[in-house]
Design a binder for this molecule. Structure first.
Ligand code: B16
Ligand code: MG
Length: 214
């Protein structure tokens, strides 16, 4: 029986991908590296440093650790500027209602996000007191597709992995959830999220029957 729903943040609760893209694009332009929205797909669910390494690869640029950290910091400062004006209107359609329905039924809700800006984003969205557990990129050593982040969430909730359903928009996230032994609902395109048990486009008109018998 499903006792908890664990949500990825970027791309599932809120569309921050466009702000990540704006900040990475600004950095890539400064470095004269060609980078477009299609390249940006590869960064979804991937850590900040790994994302930077993918971009540097596109430009065949080799930098040392210190230089990379400097660039990652620069990108993050721009990103924080962009999301500082974000509010509830940028929540993905239907997700807030879906979470409310889960809570009414006594199903626990958690966040498991690679983002080190998770707490800031939840605050901007007025959701800082909504979740029973928030596990973010500051609390884990192994990024998705490693299952660590989801297992930390189920541990925190004192639940078995098979009692949890994960909601994910990224392939790496779907793989991580599967490795954790959890059910997965993909949020996005079916062709992209093939490994998921079910796929929804967004949470509009989605009720709790989605997770019954998953
Ligand atoms: P930050 P998620 C991920 O969040 C994003 O999908 C990914 O694009 C981003 O690089 C990563 O967080 C790290 O974010 O730079 O804010 O620490 O999808 O796991 O919620
Ligand atoms: Mg995501």
């Amino acid at each position: 029986m499903i006792k908890a729903c664990i949500f990825d943040l970027d791309g599932v609760i809120v569309d921050t991908a466009k702000y990540h893209y704006m900040a990475w694009k600004r950095l890539a332009d400064q470095l004269n590296i060609p980078f477009n929205e299609k390249d940006n797909e590869r960064l979804k669910g991937v850590s900040r440093m790994k994302s930077l390494e993918i971009i540097l690869d596109l430009g065949s640029l080799n930098l040392n650790q210190e230089e990379k950290e400097e660039l990652a910091k620069k990108k993050n400062n721009w990103y924080i500027q962009y999301i500082s004006k974000m509010d509830k209107s940028e929540l993905l359609p239907g997700v807030e209602e879906f979470i409310k329905n889960l809570k009414r039924k006594g199903i626990k809700v958690a966040i498991a996000s690679a983002s080190k800006n998770t707490k800031l984003i939840l605050k901007r969205l007025n959701l800082e007191d909504t979740f029973d557990a928030v596990i973010d990129g500051t609390m884990i050593s192994n990024a998705k597709p490693n299952p660590e982040i989801f297992l930390r969430a189920s541990d925190y909730l004192n639940l078995k992995p098979e009692e949890c359903v994960v909601f994910e928009d990224a392939v790496a996230g779907v793989q991580a959830a599967k490795k954790a032994g959890m059910k997965v609902v993909g949020v996005g395109e079916e062709e992209v999220l093939k490994g998921a048990d079910k796929v929804i486009k967004n949470f509009e008109n989605v009720d709790l029957t989605l997770i019954e018998g998953i």
